[in-house]
Ligand binder design. Structure first.
Ligand code: A2P
Length: 277
């Protein structure tokens, strides 16, 4: 396994397991630099969203890096505000314009929204068929949301991007998604704003044992579980360190010790269980 290792999605498209997250990154020079640093450090998967308001800077960072477009895997997401008839396509096109790209690798519904998700999925299917998104998927779906979606969907989502970290490992949702052929991606893998998991005493002890940081241990745990992960940082040294995950392997006992930290429902973001179609 290395930074280029990919997971094959249910339509054959390959997604790098390690991505670069931009949740809470602003639309400014700092984000442009962060994207450039990430690409220089070897990340080939960049995650943004219409709702983050930073697509322009993400696109600029990509262009400034000079990387060939087809060597990158770029994800963005449909905003809740654009989940209205006729607006979904405009929302998607707006994202492409801001990113200055003519296609994305993955386009996701950002949140399930009551009364709007099924029709929005149809719009994503149209986008996929127009070949402007190489794969389509969802975020923050629970099993119940999938059951509802499957009644109407032509295409099974390729990805479910969810809040997932050692305090919220969602093992049964991950197992369900695996059974359905849906890849799970972890957002806020380090505990969101300020990295709230980085002072967990059990993780600290494990990190000391491997002479790694807590962030590296968490990200390695994701990779060994087969979870795609998208840590965010705007600091160059952290961006580099968070990609330095391939010279150690967590033992089965340490993987279990981290699994045992699950404290569901310890969430740092909103709870999709209380949101419905
Ligand atoms: P910063 O951007 O200032 O580096 P997430 O869990 O959503 O990926 O967020 C990670 C949070 O932890 C961000 O607030 C980020 O802040 C911080 N962070 C990312 N990598 C590291 C690291 N290696 N060490 C300490 N903090 C980190």
């Amino acid at each position: 396994m290395d930074i280029n290792t990919t997971k094959k999605l249910n339509n054959g498209v390959e997604i790098p397991y390690l991505g670069f997250g931009t949740l809470r990154s602003k639309d400014d020079e700092e984000t442009v630099n962060a994207i450039r640093w990430a690409i220089e450090a070897g990340y080939r998967h960049i995650d943004t969203a219409g709702a983050y308001g930073n697509e322009k800077s993400v696109g600029l960072g990509i262009r400034q890096s000079g990387i060939e477009r087809k060597k990158l895997f770029v994800t963005t997401k449909l905003r809740k505000e654009d989940m209205l008839p006729g607006e979904q396509m405009k929302g998607f096109e707006n994202s492409l314009n801001l990113l200055q790209l003519d296609y994305v690798d993955l386009y996701l519904i950002h949140w399930p929204v009551e009364g709007k998700t099924l029709k929005s999925w149809k719009a994503l299917e149209d986008i996929y068929e127009s070949k402007r998104a190489r794969a389509i998927g969802v975020c923050n779906f629970t099993e119940r949301h999938f059951v509802e979606l499957f009644r109407n969907a032509k295409i099974t989502p390729a990805v479910n991007q969810i809040e997932l970290h050692p305090h919220l490992s969602l093992q049964s949702l991950v197992a369900y998604c695996e059974k359905q052929g849906i890849a799970c991606e972890a957002w806020s893998p380090l505990g969101g704003d300020g990295g709230k998991l980085l002072d967990d005493p059990v993780l600290k002890k494990i990190a000391e044992k491997y002479s790694k940081s807590v962030a590296q241990v968490i990200l390695r745990w994701d990779l060994q579980k087969g979870i795609i992960t998208i840590p965010k940082s705007t600091h160059e040294a952290r961006i580099v360190a968070n990609a330095n995950l391939y010279d150690f392997e967590l033992s089965a006992d340490d993987m279990k010790a981290i699994d045992d930290l699950d404290r569901d429902p310890r969430r740092f973001g909103r709870d999709p269980n209380t949101m419905c179609f």
